[in-house]
Every structure is written in structure tokens, then in C-alpha cells.
Design a protein around this ligand. Structure first.
Ligand SMILES: [Ca+2]
Ligand SMILES: [Ca+2]
Ligand SMILES: [Ca+2]
Ligand SMILES: [Ca+2]
Length: 250
């Protein structure tokens, strides 16, 4: 790997805690990148693998797993630029493993189309919004266009389950729909920042979504805790993305 390529593709280093309490160590550290052995994605330049990360036990097996944003990945053989996707690595007692990893993008969730400059996975956060004990994943799509409104932004929620993150019940949120306040405007970049907390102390996680545009800098807390959003209006996945994943340019 050339030094210039090394700096442009993005890399993940996972440091494991040794038995000594309270210390991180490079002993047993793992090194992941696009094209790592066992991953279906191939090594490409300037995809920014790992520019967003979120950890959580998505398959509820007691080991924390890792979601990795790859927001500047192209798709459709390069016809679409910077659509983005998310790789999810699952863990075992030896650390993160490639086996069973998942790729998620807007094609696999079918809530919205893939378009150039969506940057799916620009931001990530994990929380247990339906309080089932499995962590769920929120994917920010801050450059999603809503109709002709450029870069209005949106988020995608993917729920955890004993078999891993599942497209079943996945939810797409944007401003001005499904109870989310505000109207989407060009450049709002809704979903550019995300935070999880139990804001109403009911035992299930809630989600805060910002910034609602750099001009206003507001937050638009959206409570997702307690129960799943209304699924009747959601379209479900077209495909299950456990490895070997989908065909394409990855
Ligand atoms: Ca796990
Ligand atoms: Ca899109
Ligand atoms: Ca959950
Ligand atoms: Ca709550």
C-alpha cells in the first residue's frame, strides 16, 4: 500500500483492553480497512472508511460489534459518486471478525434511492430504542436530497436482533414527516450530528438529531424510545446483507 493511498482510504485500528484494569494496549490490536481479508468490499481510494464509527452489541450475544461508515464510496460502477455505505463487523471473544459482516446502504433498505452525494454513513450512533436488549444503529444521511431540496438530510434506523442488524422494521426519518418538526430546506443537513440518551428516563434510549442547518444550529430531539416507529408506512428490505454481500463495485 502506498503512503498516499494509506492516508486516503481510511483505516480502523481496534485496541483491546488487556487484563490490567483501566489500560488500553496495542497487544492484540486489530487493523481493518476496505479489502481486509474476509471483507467483501474492495480497496478503493478516497472512500473514507471509518470516518464514522459506532459500537454496540447489535446481535445481543454479549460482545460489542462495530459499525463503520464509508460515506464517500461510489456505486453502480462509478456512475453514482459518494453514495456511501456502512460495514458492520461482529465480535467474538477474540475480537472483531470478518465472518458474518454486513454491508448496508440505501439500496438494501429501500426507504430512499441511492443518489450521488448522499453520503450514507457520514454519521453513526447506536442505542437500544425499542428496549429489546439488542442495540440498534442510526445512520446519518446528511446530504440526502428530499425531492428537489438539496442536502436536506435524513436518518435511517436499523434495528438489532439476535441474528444481527435486520432490515425488518427499519425506519427513515426526515424533517417535516412522521412527526418530525421543521420543514426540510436546502443545506439543512439533518442528521449531521447525532446523540443518544434516555432523555425522559423511561428506560429506553432516545435520539437527538442535529444540526438542522448550519444557519440555525438548532437541535430537533426526536424521541424513538419506548416503541418502534409506525412500520406501516415503511418499506422493508429487498435483501439481507450478510456476507458475501451484494454484487457491485465493492
Ligand atoms: Ca455482538
Ligand atoms: Ca438517497
Ligand atoms: Ca433494540
Ligand atoms: Ca427514553
Amino acid at each position: 500500500m502506498s503512503s498516499s493511498l494509506r492516508t486516503s482510504i481510511g483505516l480502523i485500528v481496534a485496541l483491546l483492553s488487556p487484563p490490567v484494569r483501566g489500560q488500553l494496549s496495542t497487544a492484540g490490536a486489530q487493523f481493518w480497512h476496505e479489502g481486509s481479508p474476509g471483507l467483501v468490499s474492495s480497496l478503493q481510494e478516497e472512500v473514507h472508511f471509518g470516518s464514522a464509527l459506532a459500537a454496540g452489541d447489535f446481535d445481543c450475544d454479549g460482545f460489542d460489534d462495530l459499525a463503520i461508515g464509508v460515506p464517500d464510496d461510489d456505486d453502480s460502477g462509478g456512475a453514482l459518486n459518494r453514495v456511501g455505505y456502512v460495514t458492520v463487523l461482529y465480535s467474538s471473544e477474540t475480537g472483531l471478525v470478518a465472518a458474518g459482516h454486513q454491508l448496508w446502504d440505501q439500496q438494501s433498505l429501500a426507504a430512499e434511492e441511492e443518489e450521488s452525494e448522499d453520503r450514507f454513513g457520514e454519521t453513526l450512533v447506536a442505542g437500544d430504542f425499542d428496549a429489546d436488549g439488542c442495540m440498534d444503529l442510526v445512520v446519518g444521511i446528511p446530504y440526502e436530497d428530499i425531492g428537489t431540496i438539496v442536502d436536506a438530510g435524513a436518518i435511517q434506523v436499523i434495528y438489532g436482533a439476535p441474528g444481527g442488524l435486520t432490515a425488518a422494521g427499519n425506519a427513515f426519518f426526515r424533517q417535516g414527516a412522521d412527526g418530525v418538526q421543521g420543514a426540510p430546506q436546502a443545506g439543512d443537513t439533518f442528521g449531521f450530528s447525532l446523540a443518544v440518551g434516555d432523555f425522559n428516563s423511561d428506560g429506553s434510549d432516545d435520539l437527538a438529531i442535529g444540526p438542522c442547518g448550519r444557519r440555525r444550529g438548532c437541535a430537533n430531539p426526536l424521541r424513538l424510545g419506548g416503541q418502534r416507529p409506525d412500520r406501516r408506512r415503511r418499506r422493508h428490505s429487498r435483501s439481507w446483507l450478510r456476507a458475501p454481500g451484494r454484487a457491485g463495485d465493492r
